[in-house]
Design a protein around this ligand. Structure first.
Ligand SMILES: C[S@@+](CC[C@H](N)C(=O)[O-])C[C@H]1O[C@@H](n2cnc3c(N)ncnc32)[C@H](O)[C@@H]1O
Length: 374
């Protein structure tokens, strides 16, 4: 099978996590900001889309070149053998992005690339300037960084965070791949207890249960590659069946609680959809009343942030309550994600380590308190 230059994309800060995931799957990796490169064939495209937990997408790097003028961009794009990749009726949206480059207008970059592909395809397919674009979708993107252009084909489609288990509702849930990445920054592997005392719609314990049970996060969804006409259609069902044989049955307790019973009901539906309802113990309890007999595990929580002034006091009070009930659990490694720069002050302890992440556009810190080191 043909080998491709592939790369996974991810949110800032998750590069090393995704690189580790890829290495664990057996790939050699090279990391850049927001991307981890590896090589593979169609089977690897399926495998990585199914198994990567913290990544956004898996893309095929089609061509890389330098361009400082629109002529160069057009000519180099035109030179690629597009008819090899795209059938005559292919729908091929082009996304453009340009950072610190001479060709800085993203709409222009995108439309020049689109035009070059259309012109090449009409020449190759002997069409007169018209392509129907009524067939399957091949999402393309052009990314320019410091004048280096990369043309890629997205094999994923909707981002990998869309696992397919979430019921839509108005809250502010973490993205699934973000939650998985946060868990992967801890020692959690399912052999020790896991607690999320402010679980909301349950994203963190659901992702923890998927990790504990070694369930591939992409089992219940489709990918862009499913529609590529040159893609071997047997690979996806084959690798799904193989993934299902790898599921583990036993794991240590996973606890999820929240003050709000109605959000817990949503969390349960999500857990059911993800196939892990029986693996998580849900309980309605305010953090000030939280207690546990469990030991030597991992606690992760994403408490309210108190972004608006009027919510801030309430959030700070919750951090104090967290400090009172959770801080004494020193056999647990504890991890808290919040945008409040004063979290440690109210929690009552300095973190062993902090790590910066963007939750959407919001800058947050991941406060880490390592077990038995306090
Ligand atoms: C930012 S949300 C968590 C979102 C969650 N990680 C998700 O992905 O859906 C914060 C959660 O803390 C809960 N909460 C607020 N105050 C609480 C308290 N005093 N005790 C326990 N939970 C509380 C809220 O009900 C809310 O579900």
């Amino acid at each position: 099978m043909e080998k491709y230059k592939l790369y996974a994309t991810m949110g800032a800060g998750f590069e090393s996590i995704v690189a580790k995931e890829l290495q664990h799957l057996g790939y050699e990796t090279k990391t850049e900001d927001g991307r981890v490169f590896f090589e593979g064939d169609q089977k690897d495209i399926v495998q990585t889309n199914l198994w990567l937990r913290a990544a956004d997408r898996v893309k095929i790097l089609l061509k890389e070149f330098k361009a400082t003028t629109f002529e160069q961009l057009y000519d180099e794009t035109y030179a690629y053998d597009w008819a090899m990749l795209l059938p005559v009726d292919a729908k091929f949206p082009v996304k453009g992005r340009s950072v610190r480059s001479k060709l800085h207008s993203e709409p222009d970059v995108q439309s020049i690339v689109k035009k070059a592909i259309v012109n090449k395809m009409t020449d190759q397919y002997h069409r007169r300037g018209f392509l129907p674009e009524t067939g399957s979708e091949y999402p393309l993107d052009v990314h320019i960084y410091k004048d280096r252009v990369r043309l890629s084909l997205d094999t994923t489609g909707p981002s990998l965070f869309k696992r397919g288990y979430r019921v839509e509702h108005g809250g502010a849930p973490l993205k699934e791949n973000f939650a998985a990445g946060l868990i992967e920054l801890t020692p959690f592997d399912g052999s020790h207890p896991f607690i999320d005392p402010m679980t909301g719609s349950g994203t963190i314990p659901i992702e923890a249960a998927l990790i504990a049970k070694n369930i591939a996060p992409g089992l219940n969804r489709k990918f862009a590659f499913d529609n590529f006409d040159w893609f071997n259609k047997e690979l996806h069902p084959e690798l799904v069946a193989q993934a299902k044989t790898k599921e583990r049955k036993e794991h240590a307790p996973i606890m999820a609680s929240d003050i709000d019973q109605s959000i817990l009901e949503i969390a349960k539906v999500n857990a059911h959809n993800a196939g892990v309802l029986q693996d998580i113990r849900f309980k309605q309890v305010a953090v000030k009343d939280f207690s546990t007999d469990l030991e030597n595990g991992v606690i992760i929580a994403n408490p309210p942030y108190g972004k608006r002034l009027k919510d801030r006091q309430a959030a700070e009070k919750i951090y104090e309550e967290m400090g009172q009930t959770l801080r004494p659990l020193t056999s647990f490694s504890q991890y808290y994600l919040t945008s409040d720069p004063n979290f440690e002050k109210y929690f009552g302890e300095k973190a062993t380590k902090k790590r910066k992440f963007f939750n959407g556009n919001l800058r947050t810190d991941y406060y880490q308190f390592w077990a038995n080191q306090r």
